[in-house]
Write a protein that binds this ligand. Structure first.
Ligand SMILES: [Zn+2]
Ligand SMILES: [Zn+2]
Length: 447
């Protein structure tokens, strides 16, 4: 039995996988994974490990400027022939236009895809490799989000955000000489997506307690160790200190591995991510471009810590919770969902009525009984997992990253709508679900 928190990246991605105390075998076999200064020199080794020889290389104007001068000599010196496709847009969206362009440009003489970029390029390449049925490598250009090693692609289809199931890349190369020169906002976004793991792990444990969903302490410990390393090095991030950039990059990859191991996003995403999902939807509905995922998530993490602070000062009351559920009105709830979700409301309402039944008084009573019986355990989990709001604010302030919804263009109403609408986004037990069960959600004000 191996402790995942002590395993190296290559041990975590070994072909045979790792037996775990949770009863599962965690496996994420990868052909090649290298993080470090000068790592792009290993592209030929990575291609060999993948069993591929002629890559279709995808980049955009920004990622080409960031990495091509280092990548091209490696390919040409070793005689690797390739086809290059460069998106011309300054701001590329991961939508049907981008993926359609790649499919039209695809060169069938190639036997693999190499993406040069971060979230958007990687996600578009995941979709392309899926369609073309070939292997994929990603050469990272910014430590901005935890999707490098994940097996989903965050796409936009018909102006709606959606998550597409794909494979994770067969090879990942993150050259710190490239990553450290990423735009500062992308470095800040990577930190935002990592500090989210504090509240994600806390919520995973609480949900395990309340709903009995699967939880693996070994995966949680692996994520905690990665966040710890990022926090210790965070001060160096705005100076582009290579050690800080390496810690964030490795942390983001470990988070992606954690999600694959668990088979759900729980180890890496909780309530703080749902502020981001809701704000992305508001921006799309308003025809505005979405901000970087990790920037939203960083602000969402501070709001989530404030929610936990509210809980610390709350004495849960069965009477209050019972009065809330007795007065709950489905028609009023539908009106609220229509106002908050706009064009997506029909689907949300139908899913609740046909599939989820979160609002059912019987399931509510069951959860409430557990919450009240285990209130001290919930408080203990919070104490064990969460840093103080002040600690986290100090960490973020150091990098100069946005810390309030106002800095992202969201007003008080947007924060409240994201808060009350978050539990209806999916069938997932969030911190806002706990607030709802206690009869607190619709009366909580966050700023
Ligand atoms: Zn496990
Ligand atoms: Zn994330």
């Amino acid at each position: 039995m191996i402790e995942l928190s002590h395993a190296s990246l290559s041990e975590l991605t070994c072909p045979e996988g790792l037996a775990c105390a949770c009863g599962r075998r965690h496996a994420m076999p990868m052909d090649y994974l290298r993080v470090g200064a000068g790592a792009v020199r290993n592209i030929p080794d990575a291609l060999q490990a993948m069993g591929c020889s002629r890559p279709f290389i995808v980049c955009d104007v920004n990622t080409k400027a960031a990495a091509w001068d280092l990548v091209r000599p490696v390919l040409e010196d070793t005689g690797i022939s390739y086809t290059l496709y460069c998106f011309r847009q300054q701001r590329l969206e991961p939508d049907e236009y981008a993926t359609g362009s790649l499919i039209l440009a695809w060169d069938s003489n190639c036997d693999c895809v190499i993406g040069i970029g971060s979230g958007v390029i990687n996600d578009c390449c995941k979709v392309l490799r899926h369609c073309a049925g070939v292997k994929q490598m990603i050469i990272g250009t910014a430590p901005s989000m935890d999707g490098y090693a994940s097996n989903t692609a965050a796409m936009i289809h018909d102006h709606m955000k959606m998550s597409v199931d794909t494979d994770y890349p067969d090879a990942i190369i993150c050259d710190i000489d490239i990553m450290k020169n990423a735009p500062l906002r992308m470095l800040q976004a990577g930190l935002g997506d990592m500090i989210a793991k504090y509240s994600a792990i806390c919520e995973w444990r609480i949900s395990h307690l309340v709903t009995g969903e699967y939880y693996c302490e070994n995966i949680a410990a692996m994520i905690r160790a990665a966040v710890q390393k990022v926090s210790e090095n965070a001060a160096g991030l705005s100076r582009r200190d290579p050690q800080a950039v390496q810690a964030v990059t490795e942390g983001l990859i470990v988070a992606g591995i954690g999600m694959s191991f668990a088979g759900v996003p729980r180890p890496a995403a909780g309530q703080e991510h749902f502020f981001s999902h809701m704000w992305d939807m508001f921006d799309l509905n308003r025809g505005l471009p979405c901000d970087l995922h990790g920037i939203h998530v960083g602000v969402g993490t501070l709001l989530t810590l404030r929610m936990y602070d509210i809980l610390r000062h709350t004495t849960p009351s069965r009477e209050k919770a019972k009065a809330f559920i007795a007065s709950f009105d489905d028609t009023q709830w539908q009106c609220m969902i229509r106002r908050i979700y706009g064009p997506a409301a029909d689907e949300v309402i139908e899913k609740e009525h046909v599939q989820y039944h979160k609002n059912d008084p019987v399931t509510h009573k069951h959860r409430l009984d557990i919450i009240l019986a285990h209130w001290q355990d919930i408080l203990r989990i919070m104490d064990e997992e969460l840093p103080s709001l002040q600690e986290l604010e100090a960490l973020m302030q150091h990098t100069g990253m946005p810390m309030t919804p106002g800095e992202l263009g969201f007003n008080h109403r947007d924060v409240q709508d994201a808060l009350v609408g978050s539990r209806d986004n999916r069938n997932k037990y969030l911190l806002s679900s706990l607030f709802w069960d206690l009869g607190l959600l619709y009366t909580t004000e966050l700023d």
